[in-house]
Design a protein around this ligand. Structure first.
Ligand code: SF4
Ligand code: SF4
Length: 351
């Protein structure tokens, strides 16, 4: 295994910026988000995010708004996207990408924008080296380090990083930058395994206050039509932040706009918390009550998505916990669903 020192990693990013749009973690107030590296002023060190960024990766590959078509049709097809390199992805981010790949790529109907953006992006992932209070990847059966879907994975080690290639593209990149690498010191792989296990234990410990034993699919499915949803949704203000922040949510709507002499068709993120989300052509909406929409959100993530795609559509990243205006914690909800916790005064429905 190879090691790369922090200044050498910054040089690698600066070299990539000649041919790629390079995205790195950047501070925005008290949060870290993805920002474009300025090739004219590359940083001396790539900022390190100890856990996942505030922003989900879908905002890069599946942006909040995208023009899908224009009329009249442009004379020339759009130029292919410039290759990108993405630093700062964590294990939960990549698990979410695997959910979206199932829907947008590995399927009869492929989303060309998603496929092109995925293929042209070099992913430089990294181990988590800490955990937010909202992190619960271990509750979802995952671990706080990347396991696949990366080109390179960085694990901090003694002033530098152990670097592991996960694809042929990653191996080629390392082979082409041998001057930036050195042999990893003896025992480095073992020390990495110990650090990973110690952090996983810390995340498990931090979530002991939400004990769950049953599979989430069972806990959620058994409450079809029960009053518990009114209690869980009691403080929901339909702000949609949980959908916007979630790395696996991918509902969208199409919107046509006049554009110059013609028109443009936009794809915009949608939210299943909107009353009109499932409205049909005749005006009927099957989930008029917020309680029903709230239940649908859980049902989709923990019951229907796993039944359709084989994986749960929640990675335990905790972004929805951080973002919720109603202070609703998904871990608490899952715990209550399993234990059938219902207070004595339960609103049957929340409008
Ligand atoms: S539901 Fe919440 S914890 Fe799960 S993936 Fe979405 S934002 Fe993360
Ligand atoms: S973030 Fe919270 S308040 Fe906003 S829609 Fe989601 S559950 Fe409701």
């Amino acid at each position: 295994m190879k090691r790369i020192a922090a200044p050498a990693l910054a040089r690698l990013a600066a070299e990539l910026a000649r041919t790629h749009d390079v995205f790195v973690p950047l501070a925005a107030g008290d949060r870290l988000v993805l920002g474009r590296l300025d090739p004219a002023a590359p940083p001396a060190a790539i900022p390190w995010n100890p856990w996942r960024l505030s922003e989900p990766l879908k905002s890069i590959w599946f942006p909040p708004g995208r023009v899908l078509a224009r009329w009249p049709r442009p004379a020339a097809p759009p130029a292919p996207p410039r290759p990108r390199a993405l630093f700062g992805a964590k294990g939960c981010d990549l698990r979410a990408v695997s959910c979206l790949d199932r829907v947008l790529r590995d399927h009869e109907f492929r989303d060309p924008g998603w496929c092109a953006a995925r293929e042209s992006t070099l992913v430089v992932a990294g181990d988590c080296t800490g955990a937010a209070d909202s992190c619960f990847c271990t509750m979802m059966g995952d671990l706080p380090h990347p396991r696949d879907l990366f080109d390179l994975c960085l694990s901090p080690l003694e002033g530098g990083f152990l670097v592991e290639a996960g694809t042929e593209r990653g191996e080629r990149l390392l082979a082409g930058h041998g001057d930036l690498l050195e042999e990893a010191p003896p025992g480095a792989a073992e020390r990495r395994a110990e650090a990973r296990e110690a952090l996983a234990a810390r995340v498990r410990k931090g979530n002991e206050r939400f004990p769950v034993r049953d599979p989430f699919e069972k806990s959620v499915a058994k409450h079809e039509g029960t009053a518990i949803w009114g209690a869980l949704a009691a403080t929901c203000v339909e702000c949609n932040a949980c959908n916007i922040a979630c790395p696996t949510c991918h509902c969208f709507l199409l919107h046509d706009l006049p554009a110059g002499e013609g028109a443009a068709r936009l794809r915009l993120w949608d939210s299943c918390f909107h009353a009109g989300h499932a409205r049909m052509a005749g005006g009927l909406t099957p989930r008029l009550q917020l309680t029903e929409r709230f239940r649908n959100h859980y049902h989709h993530k923990f019951v229907s998505f796993p039944r359709n795609w084989g994986v749960t559509a929640c990675t335990g990243c905790g972004r929805c916990v951080e973002a919720c205006m109603g202070r609703i914690d998904k871990r608490e909800c899952l715990h209550r669903l399993e234990t059938r916790w219902i207070p004595s005064e339960v609103p049957a429905e929340v409008d």
